[in-house]
Design a protein around this ligand. Structure first.
Ligand SMILES: *Cc1c(COP(=O)(O)O)cnc(C)c1O
Length: 424
C-alpha cells in the first residue's frame, strides 16, 4: 500500500520526534499537534532576517513584505476551506475568533411583553453537540450570558441516543426543526474532537436556514482533514486553528471563513480594528470605520508574521498535495486502522475496547477513538513504551489519528504489532 501511495513522498518533508534511544516514533497525534514541516525553520528565519535587515521598512521590502502578509495565505486558505478567496482570512487564535464571529452572527432578538413589563428573548437559542470542546462551551456560555440569558435555557446541547456514542443526523435535523423560530444559531464542530464523528455540515446548514437561523462551525479538527466546501454548502461562518492537521506549530494562528453574503455587506456587525479598515485609506488614520470587503474586514490587528510564516510554509505543502487527494488517502488509511484494531482485538483477549467513531468513512475524518475499559491507561502507556504516540482523553478514550500527509500504512501495522503484545 505504501509503495502504491502517490502521497508517500510527503512523509520526508516532516520531522518525526524520537524517543530516548533516538528511535523515530510512530506519530498518530496529528489531530492534536501536527508535525513540523522541514520547511518551517527556513520560513521563520527568512522573517527574522528581513527584520534584522530592514527594521520597520520590512513592511514594504524584503522577501515577503509584512504590510500584505496575510494575503500570502489567502488562496491556500481558500483551498482548505472550499471558499472564495475573499471569504477567508487568517488572524488571531481560534477561540478569540469564535467570539468575534459570534459577536457578528449571534444576535438574539427580544420583544417587549406588556404583561410582564419586560423584554423577553424571542430568537435566541444556540444548538450544539453535548460534550463539545470546552473552549467552545465557555465561549457560548459567556456569549449568551452577555445578553442576560441563561445557559440552560438558551443553549440546546444535543446528546446521542441512549446506548449510542454519536449523534444521528436525523436527530440533529429534527432538533433544529423543533427549536424552530427560537433558534438563532446552529454551532456544531465539523469533526467532533472526542468521538471523531464528522457531522453532515451541508444538511445541518440547510436545516438551520430553513428555520431562519444561521449555521457556524468550529473546524479545529476538520481543517486539513476533510475536503471542505463551505461556500457551496452555504455555511455562514467557520473558524479553525492551524496547529492540528494543518501542522503550523503550537498555539499558532487561526483561519476564518465568512460567507460572502455577510462578508461583502458592510452593515454586518463586527468588532473592528485598524487592520480590517479599507486598505487604501488605512494609514490616513481618520475616524469612521470603513471595512475591507470580505472576511478581511474582520481583521483587528496587524499580521503576526512569525506564526504566519510557519503556517504559510505548511499551507504550501497542502497546496501541492491537494486536499481532495489527502482525503482519499485518509479514508483508506483510517479504514486500514479500523481493520487492524478489530483484527488484533480478536487475537488478544487483553484488548478490550470499542471503536466509538462511526464506521462509515463518510462520517469520520482521520481519527478513530477507542473507548477502553479499566485497562485503557495501561494500553496507552504500553503503546507509548512501544514508541507509538497516540492521545489519551479523560476519562477513558484513546484517540489515534493517521495523518495522510506523513503517516504510512506501515505506521498502522506497527501499532497493530504493539497491540498484539499488550498484557496489562
Ligand atoms: C483545539 C480546539 C480549540 C482550541 O482553541 P484555541 O483557541 O486554539 O486554544 C477550540 N475548539 C475546538 C473544537 C478544538 O478542537
Amino acid at each position: 500500500m505504501d509503495l502504491n501511495d502517490s502521497l508517500a513522498k510527503f512523509r520526508e518533508q516532516f520531522i518525526f520526534p524520537t524517543n530516548a534511544d533516538g528511535e523515530v516514533q510512530v506519530y498518530l497525534c496529528g489531530n492534536s499537534l501536527g508535525l513540523q514541516p522541514k520547511s518551517a525553520k527556513k520560513a521563520l528565519e527568512n522573517e527574522l532576517e528581513d527584520w534584522a535587515k530592514w527594521g520597520v521598512e520590512g513592511h514594504f521590502h524584503g522577501k515577503k513584505p509584512w504590510f500584505h502578509y496575510h494575503k500570502f495565505l489567502t488562496d491556500y486558505t481558500a483551498e482548505i476551506a472550499g471558499a472564495k478567496p475573499h471569504e477567508v482570512v487568517v488572524m488571531n487564535h481560534l477561540t478569540v475568533n469564535l467570539h468575534l464571529l459570534m459577536f457578528s452572527f449571534y444576535r438574539p432578538t427580544f420583544v417587549f411583553n406588556p404583561e410582564s413589563g419586560k423584554n423577553e428573548p424571542k430568537r435566541y437559542k444556540i444548538i450544539m453537540e453535548a460534550g463539545a470542546f470546552p473552549s467552545d462551551m465557555y465561549a457560548v456560555q459567556t456569549q449568551v450570558e452577555s445578553f442576560g440569558l441563561n445557559y440552560d435555557d438558551a443553549v440546546i446541547e444535543l446528546a446521542p441516543r441512549e446506548g449510542e456514542y454519536t449523534l444521528r443526523t436525523e436527530d440533529i435535523l429534527q432538533a433544529i426543526q423543533t427549536a424552530g423560530d427560537s433558534l438563532a444559531l446552529s454551532f456544531f464542530s465539523g469533526v467532533q474532537y472526542y468521538t471523531g464523528q464528522l457531522f453532515n455540515m451541508p444538511a445541518i446548514t440547510e436545516a438551520a436556514h430553513k428555520v431562519g437561523a444561521l449555521a457556524g462551525f468550529d473546524l479545529a479538527h476538520t481543517a486539513g482533514n476533510i475536503d471542505l466546501q463551505l461556500h457551496n454548502w452555504d455555511v455562514d461562518f467557520a473558524a479553525w486553528c492551524s496547529y492540528k492537521y494543518l501542522n503550523s506549530g503550537p498555539g499558532n494562528v487561526s483561519g476564518v471563513y465568512i460567507h460572502e453574503k455577510h462578508g461583502l455587506n458592510p452593515e454586518t456587525p463586527r468588532m473592528a480594528g485598524w487592520w480590517g479598515h479599507k486598505e487604501d485609506v488605512r494609514f490616513l488614520m481618520k475616524r469612521g470605520y470603513i471595512p475591507e470587503p470580505g472576511a478581511a474586514g474582520w481583521q483587528m490587528s496587524n499580521a503576526p508574521v512569525f506564526g504566519m510564516a510557519v503556517h504559510l510554509a505548511s499551507l504550501e505543502i497542502f497546496h501541492e498535495a491537494k486536499i481532495a487527494n489527502l482525503r482519499k488517502k485518509s479514508q483508506s488509511l483510517t479504514s486500514y486502522l479500523e481493520f487492524v484494531l478489530l483484527d488484533v482485538k480478536s487475537q488478544n483477549q487483553h484488548l478490550q475496547f470499542e471503536i466509538i467513531t462511526p464506521s462509515n468513512p463518510d462520517e469520520r475524518g482521520a481519527q478513530l477513538s477507542i473507548l477502553t475499559n479499566q485497562n485503557g491507561k495501561a494500553l496507552f502507556d504500553h503503546l507509548f513504551n512501544n514508541n507509538i504516540i497516540a492521545d489519551w482523553r479523560e476519562p477513558n478514550v484513546i484517540r489515534m489519528a493517521p495523518a495522510p500527509l506523513y503517516n504510512s500504512y506501515q505506521d498502522i501495522h506497527a501499532l497493530g504489532e504493539a497491540c498484539l503484545n499488550f498484557k496489562p
